[in-house]
Design a protein around this ligand. Structure first.
Ligand SMILES: [Zn+2]
Length: 235
């Protein structure tokens, strides 16, 4: 009688062990296939991204202590990268904002130190301002500055080899700095947006920031992929 009881107990334990192993294997198989599935859909997403038309949004004259931070929050929420052409003067005043831009994957370019326009007779001063601004930005981010947006678009081609810098102009300009009519700014940009366009805006007023985020939402809706100017120029 005792022997029979012991055999029953062993049998019961055996069944329990078998069940345990069975569930475990099923569990592993399920996670494995989930992992495979997610790898597959990740690959699919990457292909989809590569097929989207690219566009770049750029912001000049900052950083501004409040508006640029708000803009960076909005860009982060949307997973969008932008290019910022900052003046050395503003960068030196708000290094934390510059550091944040760099850490969040945005491109930082040079917009001279004091927003000086290149004119006959001030080439040396203009050149000095570019060098000084590069030093300010590099000191904060640790990264070399390659791109320059000359204020008002006035440029001297020889500076490119002299300073080893690349000028970045634009092809969509809503003149956001002279209007606070948000919907008017948005309409101007969205109407002219096309593949590989470079949009010029400013992160120096509330209406510009509000308009920029609306522009981004509309263009994301249209299927655009936001990239830095570097990707537009070299890919
Ligand atoms: Zn400017």
């Amino acid at each position: 009688m005792k022997k029979r009881k012991a055999a029953m107990v062993i049998l019961g334990m055996g069944i329990l062990l078998l069940l345990f192993l069975l569930f475990r294997t099923a569990g592993i198989a399920a996670t494995g296939s989930q992992r495979l599935l997610s790898l597959f859909s990740q690959g699919e997403e990457e292909t989809e991204e590569a097929e989207k038309p690219k566009i770049a949004i750029t912001f000049d004259d900052g950083p501004h202590p409040y508006y640029t931070e708000d803009l960076l929050d909005g860009l982060k929420e949307r997973g969008v990268v932008a290019s910022f052409f900052v003046t050395g003067k503003h960068a030196a005043l708000h290094p934390d904002v510059i550091r944040r831009m760099s850490e969040e994957g945005h491109l930082i370019g040079n917009h001279t130190y004091s927003h000086i326009q290149l004119q006959p007779g001030n080439r040396e001063k203009f050149r000095e301002e570019l060098v000084k601004t590069n030093a300010v930005i590099q000191e904060i981010t640790g990264k070399e500055v390659i791109y320059v947006r000359p204020p008002y678009g006035t440029w001297d081609k020889e500076l490119e080899s002299e300073l080893n810098m690349i000028p970045v102009l634009w092809n969509v300009d809503p003149m956001d700095w002279c209007s606070d009519n948000v919907s008017c700014i948005v309409k101007k940009v969205v109407g002219k947006a096309k593949e590989n366009a470079i949009i010029l805006m400013h992160d120096y007023s509330e209406s510009s920031i509000t308009a920029a985020l609306k522009v981004i939402d509309e263009l994301l809706e249209e299927g655009y992929l936001f990239v830095t100017v570097e990707e537009i120029l070299f890919e």
